[in-house]
Ligand binder design. Sequence first.
Ligand SMILES: Nc1ncnc2c1ncn2[C@@H]1O[C@H](COP(=O)(O)OP(=O)(O)O)[C@@H](O)[C@H]1O
Ligand SMILES: [Mg+2]
Length: 420
Amino acid sequence: MNVLVIGSGGREHALAWKISQSPRCSGLFIAPGNAGTLLVGTNVSIDTQNHKEVINFCKEKDIGLVVIGPDDFLASGIVDSLHSAGILAFGPTKSAAKLEWSKAFSKDFMNRHGIPTALSATFSTFNEALAYSKTQALPMVIKADGLALGKGVVIAQTHEEAEKTLSSFMVDEVFGESGKTVVFEEFLEGPEISIHAFCDGTVAKLFPVARDHKRAGDGNTGANTGGMGAIAPVLVSAEFLKEVEEKIVAPVMKGMAVEGAPFVGILYPGLMVTKAGIRVIEFNARFGDPEAQSYMRLLDSDLLDIMLDCVEGKLAGREIHWNTGYACTVIIASGGYPGKYTSGFPIKGLSAIADSSAVVFYAGTEKEGEEVVTAGGRVLGVSALGVTPEEAKTNAYTTVKSLQFDGMQYRSDIGANWGI
Ligand SMILES: Nc1ncnc2c1ncn2[C@@H]1O[C@H](COP(=O)(O)OP(=O)(O)O)[C@@H](O)[C@H]1O
Ligand SMILES: [Mg+2]
């Protein structure tokens, strides 16, 4: 079967790497891909925003499954377009992906179905939002309703900051339509974890728990990024997993089906473990990046088999096997990221990976002649395995230290804490 993966990040390299190992995969295309996806498939430069162009490509190349990486493609309804054209696609429809692309919808949904989440209030007019903000305690969590490239959440420490945030979201419309509606949430505290589940519309099967590291600096300091590292499995009890399954994942599957938008693809709830219990911070409707990079190292089963079962509603009969070890992924970013950075620096050390347990997944990279050069904020993900958490961490950093480009930055504490 020929497969098309849509996206260009480390996540898509990891997914393509894993799919390429499937005996059922005869041809693998990535649109647009990056310098790393070139190592496992063929990059194609179609306009992925244009559904018609994607459909035509799929017909021309006889694509049996399209795998969609990023959230904005799912929000654009690409899965619906592909299905209408008779092409199988792994990912939720536009109405199912609404769990991610509208935080207002997802809060309402959780409240309708008794799923534990922060108390919230939603507003679509500036004056009402501002008046409400003045009655709220600090710090105050303000979220743009729609997709905002991970920049749509502000934890305001003062009422002035809250007003400034509301004004930039709702009046200046810095995120366009996405910020015209805002969600206020009570401020929660506790460790954060990432849950992922394969979903076929009815059945969901949980992955091991993962943890992303959003902040740029060691000890979770500095600015928010797309994610600077991911570990899995985070060590949780069987009771904890059972609670996540029963109180969160199962009610989502049931609720979405009842509401006419059965969820197919990857359901990825972000959770906070507070003193009062588990709370859903948000739902994502696709793989996390960098989580996907650790997960693809740990997944022993055939990813293509599982994805096809999800699309065909046959997940119940599929056994999914995970490596019993640990995966640690360290992201290497351009100097200055997530702020301003410069690209085009040659990357050294890629041809001989220092540790045999490590795989380097490429993100913002380009091929320039025979050289791979930097071409984005997050550049590489070094994903290593270990029999113990400590070994996974050591193996990852051995390889990180063998790679080199001008200005490279990475956190040195990914894998320092595997608990909650
Ligand atoms: N209610 C909350 N209380 C405390 N921190 C929060 C709350 N909601 C979100 N956050 C913090 O903000 C981050 C981003 O929020 P999230 O809803 O995941 O938005 P997105 O990932 O779409 O930017 C979270 O990972 C968490 O650290
Ligand atoms: Mg988030």
